[in-house]
Design a protein around this ligand. Structure first.
Ligand code: HGY
Ligand code: MN
Ligand code: MN
Length: 418
């Protein structure tokens, strides 16, 4: 292997694809998707696989108290803050093989390519798998990156419970028991810059026939949990005038919120993805309904208006029930620095790859790194823009193209003069 070969020329399309298929076995679903929720047994096994791969190429691995997982390629100046890349390994319950995983494996492919060329970067380079980006098991998502960046406290994060009342703290203890040979290090270590590669999860790149997305920023997002409390009673003997039906009140709230968020320009994104009825029995009037709200908009001002209307609307439709509205996360629209955006563009141009700038409608851990260090994102197309679905797909050629651009940017930043 030529020693002076650029890492972007040493990445391997087959190796990258095969690693995606190997990790997809952890939490594989019968319909070809992945259910690998945060800190689940499947998530732990995917990490175990990556620990093996990392050690096979001479990299070291680390964890932190929030379950973030790091793979480190030592540089000639290990005292300098590293260049960080990566994403997440956890998935939605009916997730796909590429959401999050691509950023972790593209970063790892860059490390292996650098090793294969026999070169040593000046700065160390680390690949991270953030804990619980998706927020499907423990809400809200992006816990690992938010904790790393100091946006959420450790105490707040580890106290969150899943639907079976298991806490993040208990799950982190299970992780530590399962992978005892992954050394721990302090939560927030200095970082020179962070670049995350991700599938676009929307159809823009595919529609334009462009292989590389230079991500300009991430649209804002506010999430809520609403708890409606009524009273269970007999479906056959309880007259309407005596009912405190939590489901009727909750559905009234959802319809009112949908009307409030209706947007003729179709820019507003309003979703109730989780709706839990208790006791959920056909002949019992629902005593309690818990539902989620996910509102997104590229205009922060509009997002403030929409989010601020949630509580008054829920109260107005409570009827005979009580209602509790908790805002779980509040994240305004953000822009990535021009410095990294233009480096990604220049890298794509050097490699002869078409590229275009676009805003991310999906959320990413890069949100929280953006206030911590110079941060940027690289998108690659996915089939029909479909994601958070078991049919999520991408092509080996698009995946390796993104990895080449990532290699160019990471290698340049790891060898910068300052
Ligand atoms: O919901 C999101 O935007 C991310 O894919 N978890
Ligand atoms: Mn993701
Ligand atoms: Mn996702």
């Amino acid at each position: 292997m030529a020693l002076s070969q650029a890492p972007s020329q040493a990445v391997s399309e087959d190796r990258l694809w095969n690693r995606h298929m190997a990790l997809a076995r952890h939490g594989a679903t019968p319909r070809g998707g992945v259910n690998r929720q945060a800190l689940s047994a499947e998530d732990i096994e995917a990490r175990r696989t990556m620990v093996g791969w990392a050690r096979d190429i001479g990299c070291s691995v680390f964890g932190d108290e929030l379950g973030n997982f790091f793979i480190r390629l030592e540089g000639s100046r290990p005292d300098l803050p590293p260049v960080l890349t990566g994403s997440h390994l956890d998935s939605q319950p009916t997730g796909g093989k590429f959401d999050g995983v691509y950023g972790v494996l593209a970063g790892f492919e860059v490390l292996q390519a650098i090793r294969d060329t026999g070169q040593v970067p000046r700065r160390s380079i680390e690949v991270v798998a953030w804990m619980n980006e998706e927020g499907s098991r423990f809400a809200p998502g992006m816990m690992g990156s938010a904790g790393f960046a100091g946006v959420r406290s450790v105490d707040e994060i580890i106290a969150v419970h899943d639907a079976r009342q298991q806490s993040v703290a208990e799950s982190l203890a299970e992780l530590a028991l399962a992978l005892p040979d992954v050394p721990m290090r302090p939560l927030c270590t200095p970082v020179h810059s962070y670049i995350e590669a991700h599938i676009e999860q929307a159809p823009v790149l595919e529609a334009h026939g462009v292989p590389i997305g230079v991500v300009t920023g991430i649209q804002g997002k506010r999430t809520f949990r609403v708890t409606v409390t009524g009273e269970e009673s007999h479906a056959g003997t309880t007259p309407h005038r005596r009912r405190r039906d939590a489901l009727l009140s909750a559905t009234g709230m959802v319809q009112a919120l949908e009307r409030q968020c209706f947007d003729p320009l179709d820019i507003t994104r309003f979703t109730v993805g989780m709706f839990r009825v208790e006791p959920n029995a056909p002949s019992v009037i629902p005593a309690k309904v818990t539902f989620s709200i996910d509102i997104r908009h590229e205009s922060s001002a509009r997002l403030v208006e929409l989010g601020d209307a949630v509580t008054p609307l829920c109260l107005a439709h409570a009827g005979p029930c009580e209602v509790r509205v908790e805002e779980l996360s509040t994240a305004m629209s953000l822009e990535f620095p021009e410095s990294i955006r233009s480096e990604i563009e220049a890298a794509a141009s050097r490699l002869g790859l078409g590229h275009m700038r676009l805003l991310s409608a999906a959320g990413h851990d890069a949100r929280y790194l953006n206030d911590h260090c110079e941060t940027g994102m690289i998108f690659v197309p996915c089939l029909k823009g479909v994601s958070h679905h078991e049919s999520e797909s991408a092509t080996p050629a698009d995946l390796i193209a993104g990895a080449r651009v990532l290699a160019e940017v990471v290698w340049a930043r790891a060898n910068d003069a300052d």
